[in-house]
Design a protein around this ligand. Structure first.
Ligand code: ZN
Length: 286
């Protein structure tokens, strides 16, 4: 996004402009104690002048905070538009599959699980890949992978041409979800589902109408939701950043009268030490 490059923190305003610099006092007969005191007061004066500069900059009409606040507002607008666009539900692809039986031929959930299914007469074999890197202290089960089986014959002959490949791929991934569920249930000692059919692997999504997998997950809706969540986080971050800028500007402007009073006090102190009249302070201005 372009706005990222536009929003930059300002360079801090250089501490004291020449006009406000206090001239070095002439060499005098001040005691070491007074010299140290004077040096400390001069440092404080520089710091206060910097605060005054920042405050005056924040109070000016074309201050850098206002520019960043406006840019952040534009960025929020862009994210809001993207959110509206990404929240729109587009109908997913769907075509019915018959309730052909899915039979569990083999289910072994030992060290390396194996699952073999008969799906409408087609044989599918799955096995866990040994994870050599993690052997001995394995925390998560390895993924099951398809060793044999082709979902192409499972696509009904009346499936429209443009849906044949998407349906084959959906059935293949839904079968993997099913065998993973069967393995996990077996490991947990849970009862296995009975009378599984091919239709259970491709039910229509209640939101977009597209295929859902064995667990009822719709990939299109899951991806849309992930995009929405990402944009909401971005929107919230931008709002926080903008509020931070507004607050910082407000604090600087609000602190200006106090900073001016402190400058006056410091100058009075300096005059006491040097025996000279105070320098011209910045105008009370804003
Ligand atoms: Zn969906």
């Amino acid at each position: 996004m372009i706005w990222r490059h536009l929003i930059r923190k300002p360079r801090p305003v250089s501490p004291a402009p020449a006009a406000q610099d206090r001239p070095e006092p002439p060499p005098s007969t001040r005691s070491p104690h007074d010299e140290r005191r004077l040096a400390g007061l001069m440092r404080q004066r520089q710091a206060i002048l910097f605060d005054i500069e920042q405050g005056e900059s924040a109070a000016s009409p074309d201050n850098p905070w206002a520019v960043r606040i406006a840019l952040l507002g534009d960025a929020i607008g862009t994210v809001t538009t993207d959110l509206a666009a990404d929240s729109a539900v587009t109908p997913g692809p769907w075509h019915p599959v018959p309730p052909s039986p899915v039979m569990i031929e083999r289910l072994e959930a030992g060290d390396l699980a194996t699952v073999v299914l008969d799906v409408a007469g087609e044989r599918f074999a799955y096995a866990e890949e040994p994870d050599w890197a993690e052997r001995g202290h394995q925390i998560a089960r390895p993924e099951l992978t398809c060793r044999s089986g082709d979902a192409t014959p499972l696509v009904p002959p009346d499936t429209p041409g443009e849906l044949r490949v998407p349906l084959r791929e959906h059935l293949a991934s839904s079968l993997l979800v099913l065998v993973t569920d069967l393995r996990d249930r077996s490991l947990e000692g849970e009862t296995l589902p009975d009378a599984i059919t091919l239709a259970d692997l491709a039910r229509p999504c209640p939101t977009c109408g597209g295929w859902t997998d064995w667990r009822g997950t719709c990939q299109a809706c899951a991806q849309r939701q992930a995009a929405i969540n990402r944009l909401r986080r971005e929107e919230s971050r931008l709002f926080d950043e903008r509020n931070g800028e507004i607050e910082q500007r407000h604090k600087l402007v609000e602190g200006l009268p106090l900073a001016r009073r402190r400058l006056k006090d410091i100058d009075t102190e300096i005059s006491r030490v040097t025996g000279q009249a105070p320098p011209n302070s910045p105008s009370p201005g804003v």
